[in-house]
Design a protein around this ligand. Sequence first.
Ligand SMILES: NC(=O)c1ccc[n+]([C@@H]2O[C@H](COP(=O)([O-])OP(=O)(O)OC[C@H]3O[C@@H](n4cnc5c(N)ncnc54)[C@H](OP(=O)(O)O)[C@@H]3O)[C@@H](O)[C@H]2O)c1
Length: 220
Amino acid sequence: MHVVVNAAMSADGKLSTREREQVAISGPDDFDRVDALRADSDAVMVGVGTVLADDPSLTVDDPDRRTEREAAGKPENPARVVADSRMRTPADARVLDEEARTYLLTTEDAPPDFVAEIEDTGTEVVVAGETRVDLGTAFAELAADGVDQLLVEGGGELIFSLFAEGLVDDFSVFVGPSVIGGRNAPTLADGDGFVDSFPELELQSVERVDDGVLLSWTVG
Ligand SMILES: NC(=O)c1ccc[n+]([C@@H]2O[C@H](COP(=O)([O-])OP(=O)(O)OC[C@H]3O[C@@H](n4cnc5c(N)ncnc54)[C@H](OP(=O)(O)O)[C@@H]3O)[C@@H](O)[C@H]2O)c1
């Protein structure tokens, strides 16, 4: 499975404010670029922190792109994937609506009655790991289910784990023209941080998009 991480950060590296509220970092061209990335993916993933903060739908916005997917024999929208160890995704979250198939990656720690309730809504529950989602195991299950191209849209905790586990192939970041600040505001890769061994990136391109810069890297 090919894993692409894409996110937008402020010029000072923040994904949102210290209140963890979604802020517009990108402009229209970057939104359109991300919409095209979604349309090219089999599944789009976030962590439960992003579901709770932003309630994203993760669907393809452009009707032409949805039509093209259908013409190619694919579902209108890519599947959605949420890493959610304890099933904190609210039942009325947009990622659980009927616009697309959804995989909830969870753990043995998840309350069994919640698992049954969520499965009743048609959501695929993948149990991987004891207390925190074992991403490698869960990804193997997604791949076995036909997910070849996975787009990860954040947030910082999930992105860090993916780098820590060596699961990222391509990494693109839009750097927007604003300073958000705040030592507790989420950054692109949070988690515990690396201390003496850092994932190495190879720069593929630098492009002006809207009033910011799109940096594209491959991961060594
Ligand atoms: N600018 C952008 O492009 C962008 C994109 C997305 C999000 N955001 C912002 O980012 C913030 C949310 O980011 P976040 O870092 O708090 O949340 P996140 O990365 O979306 O989700 C993190 C949560 O996922 C769950 N998880 C399960 N297994 C995991 C694993 N193996 N590794 C890491 N996490 C795992 C954990 O909760 P459990 O332990 O309960 O499972 C963890 O707390 C919001 O403010 C949102 O607006 C910005």
